[in-house]
Design a binder for this molecule. Structure first.
Ligand code: HEM
Length: 426
């Protein structure tokens, strides 16, 4: 079979943050790639060449083989050459400004991951159910107070998982706005509404922005960490502050990066998925009626919303040896983009993948990734969303869109930026 050349507009779509805000051109690009070039060489000026991996089965295969495809040697998210260069200058050669689980490989990765693995098990996070339900009720009460109209992202979705994760980390409520801003600056470096400006109001270079955000997180979490060492509590912040690696206290930088990872990975993703569910229910009264009539469908609504939005659009891996994927030769050092959104629309795995169905069964989506780095917080995220909809849906009798929703411009973590709705409570 002849190997098809990847059209330029498809290659460009994959690296263009604005395209991720549009959705349709991106989905069209992925559909073409899955059908014609599932392991596709992407060459766009300004970026190192990489392979776009768009089929579910291939992403699973790579995720399962962390020795062959790992994270340590190259950027773990798509970064252009200029910024890769700047980061390496700042770090003295390393592609990573931070050192969290995401940047680690064996032997360190399983050791650092084991520190909090028990905390994130389904059994342990279920202990938080009572408190999370209170936070969810407060979010629903805020929505009720809005008199039938709101921007669901701004007024409800952003605050809810943020509050949960900040309580878990021991961040006081008055600092939550600052944490939200730092997360949005970290993930929204290409979105004019979200990114950080310098003091004069003009935009900063990507690498500088990240560095400034890291410095802010540092000043914040070093105080929390010192507090938990002096006065341990029964919380995740205490687990991180007192963690030991091979019998020695975890390094200060690694511990900052652990806090940052939990503080940032844990809310934007969950609020995007929650907002995605409301967006689709507002568009489709039949699906809304189905889940309202049968609350037993809420867990499947949650999974479908996470599949639908797939807030983490990709992670990158690099090959450690010469190998192949789907018969395509891959050289040691080659860079790969795992396109989770594409995997979650793979026609070989999902029946009618472009339909949002609250009762989709089975739904083995890969929005949490796959393998050694699979999302640690997945049970917490699903618990938060289930509880929120259990609290909301019995009261919500009607919801419709009240304007055109928008998505953020970002190729790494993105999702709904604004979902204006009209609604009625009973
Ligand atoms: C709907 C919500 C969420 C989605 C879609 C999501 C998605 C992901 C994805 C795709 C990865 C990388 C997987 C890979 O490389 O194979 C990841 C890693 C991670 N996530 Fe989540 N996540 C969500 C919520 C959370 C929450 C609530 C937390 C914790 C508070 C969390 C903590 C983490 C951590 C610590 C990692 C790094 C794991 C590692 O590298 O070993 N996530 N997540």
């Amino acid at each position: 079979m002849a190997v098809e050349k990847v059209p330029d507009e498809i290659a460009k779509a994959l690296v263009d943050p604005a395209c991720y805000a549009e959705d349709t051109p991106l989905q069209t690009a992925f559909t073409w790639l899955r059908a014609h070039r599932p392991v596709a060489p992407i060459e766009v000026e300004g970026f190192d060449p990489f392979w776009a991996i768009t089929r579910y089965a291939d992403i699973v295969e790579i995720g399962k083989n962390p020795k062959k495809f790992h994270n340590g040697d190259r950027q773990t998210t798509l970064t252009d050459q200029a910024n890769d260069g700047r980061i390496r200058e700042m770090t003295g050669g390393s592609p990573h400004l931070i050192r969290s689980l995401v940047q680690m490989d064996p032997p360190d990765h399983p050791i650092y991951r084991a520190l909090t693995m028990d905390w994130f098990t389904p059994g342990n996070v279920r202990k938080l159910e009572g408190r999370i339900r209170e936070i969810a009720r407060a979010a629903v009460a805020r929505m009720r107070a809005m008199d039938g109209r709101c921007d669901f992202v701004r007024d409800v979705a952003l605050g809810y998982p943020l509050h949960v994760i900040m309580e878990i980390l021991g961040v006081p409520e008055e600092d939550e706005g600052r944490m939200l801003m730092l997360t949005q600056e970290l993930f929204g470096v290409h979105d004019d509404d979200l990114k950080r400006g310098d003091d004069a109001g003009s935009s900063m270079e990507y690498a500088q922005q990240i560095q400034a955000v890291v410095a802010d997180f540092d000043s914040y979490f070093s105080a929390i960490s010192a507090g938990r060492r002096a006065n341990p509590r029964d919380d995740l912040a205490t687990v991180i502050a007192n963690a030991q690696i091979n019998g020695e206290p975890m390094g200060g930088f690694e511990s900052l990066c652990y806090y940052m990872l939990v503080a940032t990975a844990g809310h934007d993703t969950t609020s995007s998925s929650t907002a995605g569910a409301i967006w689709e229910l507002a568009k489709d009264p039949a699906e809304f009626a189905k889940v309202r009539a049968n609350p037993g469908l809420i867990p499947s609504l949650v999974d479908e919303a996470i599949r639908w939005i797939t807030p983490v659009k990709h992670f990158m891996r690099s090959a450690t040896i010469d190998t192949e994927i789907r018969g395509q030769a891959i050289a040691a050092g080659d860079w790969m983009m795992l396109c989770f959104l594409s995997g979650n629309r793979d026609e070989d795995v999902f029946d009618d993948p472009f339909r949002f169905r609250v009762d989709r069964q089975p739904n083995r989506h890969m929005a949490f990734g796959y393998g050694a780095h699979v999302c640690l917080g997945q049970h917490l995220a699903k618990l938060e969303m289930r509880i929120f909809f259990e609290e909301l849906l019995p009261h919500l009798t009607h919801v419709e869109l009240d304007g055109e929703p928008t998505r953020s411009k970002a190729s790494f973590v993105n999702g709904p930026k604004s979902v204006p709705i009209r609604f009625r409570f009973q």
